[in-house]
Design a protein around this ligand. Structure first.
Ligand code: MRU
Length: 369
């Protein structure tokens, strides 16, 4: 996507020095646009852990590049199998909820398992990581085309008045290498001159909505309004939301969806107000080996400091301030699970299906064991 007049992905290989992976530093946005350089498995681990890079498809791509960097860390004394398996385990352990991370790392590991020379290991791992990036970009592009008619239909019913879309967290191009999942149909609607307006949940505690989604939409000139997380229900009761589009970090075979904490409450409010609620994601976010999202999806628990503090800009510095008494205990669950019954449909690169096992199986029969 364009930032100013330059086209960016959220992660890429530095062509002038292929031992370096570059990524947009999402910790600095929207206050400054900075590129970070990732040169080792440890760099990638830290970047995923502290959310310099974040979003399900992006952490998958970063994990894939980590295996490539692991091959570059080998020397004549290295036991390749031990070294690469350790690197894979380490990276996968970084964040537990988005299945894209383990899927991408395991994909690269599968591709390199028969290679023996360091050169062929590196070349194959790099090709596999690049393939994942291209595939995710293509998935988002297709999701845009598949999701657009939903917005078109609402626009027709509203006789050209803006279609109000509510979203939570960031399922935009920063999270997905390019285009985004939720944002892909929105960009296409803008291109088709369909008036759209996006309600952006701030998404405490890390404020991905306020910091990232608002920035992305602003850069693309898409009309949007930031709201406090608890505002959505009120807007829905007053006819101010036409459709809810959220991302996904892991979806089960029966269509339960884990996404950023707070998504479930939006789904309940949408259900109560008969507002269509869609989860938008590439098939790399499916975990078809599990069924019950609430008991089977591991939910990341993060540092309580993210809840007791808030970060923002003061002058030129990004600062953290405490928002509660010094010793207040806090807990920080990163994700929640929205049960399939509250989801109108799943928008994927293959089409839109109901969130139920039979429908998912029909569309993704090749991915079911
Ligand atoms: O903790 P994050 O910021 O990595 O969580 C991300 C989300 O919940 C996104 O909405 C999700 O990954 C979908 S990204 C297309």
């Amino acid at each position: 996507m364009l930032v100013g007049d330059k086209n960016y992905q959220s992660i890429w290989l530095d062509e002038s020095d292929p031992s370096v992976i570059k990524a947009i530093d999402q910790q600095k946005l929207p206050f400054s646009f900075e590129i970070c350089e990732l040169r080792s498995v440890e760099d990638i681990y830290s970047a995923i852990k502290d959310m310099t890079v974040r979003g399900a498809p992006l952490i998958g791509a970063a994990g894939a590049f980590a295996i490539y960097l692991a091959t570059l860390e080998m020397n004549s004394a290295t036991d390749p199998v031990h070294h690469l398996e350790n690197a894979a385990r380490y990276i996968i352990s970084c964040r537990p909820t988005a299945v894209n991370l383990s899927r991408a790392v395991n994909y690269v590991m599968g591709k390199i398992k028969d290679k023996s020379s360091v050169k062929s290991l590196s070349e194959t791992a790099l090709a596999a990581a690049m393939e994942i990036c291209e595939k995710e970009k293509e998935n988002c592009r297709k999701i845009g085309i598949i999701g657009l008619p939903l917005i078109e239909e609402i626009s027709k019913i509203k006789k050209g008045k803006p279609v109000n879309i509510l979203t939570h967290c960031n399922a935009g191009w920063l999270a997905c290498i390019d285009y985004g999942t939720v944002t892909a149909p929105v960009y296409l609607a803008q291109k088709e001159k369909i008036p759209v307006h996006v309600w952006v949940d701030e998404t405490r505690p890390r404020n991905q909505g306020a910091r990232l989604t608002a920035w992305e939409l602003g850069e693309s000139g898409i009309s949007h309004t930031l709201i406090a997380d608890n505002t959505g229900g009120h807007l829905m009761q007053h006819g101010m939301v036409d459709i809810v589009l959220v991302g996904c970090d892991r979806a089960t075979r029966r269509g339960d969806v884990a996404n950023k904490i707070g998504t479930y409450l939006k789904a309940l409010a949408a259900y109560d107000n008969k507002i269509p609620f869609y989860s938008v994601f590439p098939s790399s976010s499916f975990d078809l080996g599990i069924s019950d999202g609430i008991t089977e999806i591991p939910v990341e628990e993060r540092d309580p400091d993210e809840v007791t503090t808030i970060s923002g800009i003061s002058g030129r510095d990004i600062i953290n301030v405490r928002i509660c008494p010094e010793k207040t205990p806090a807990v920080n669950y990163g994700f929640d699970v929205t049960p399939a019954k509250y989801i109108t449909g799943l928008i994927t690169e293959r089409g839109i299906c109901r969130a139920d096992e039979e429908e998912i199986k029909k569309m993704f029969s090749d991915k079911f064991q």
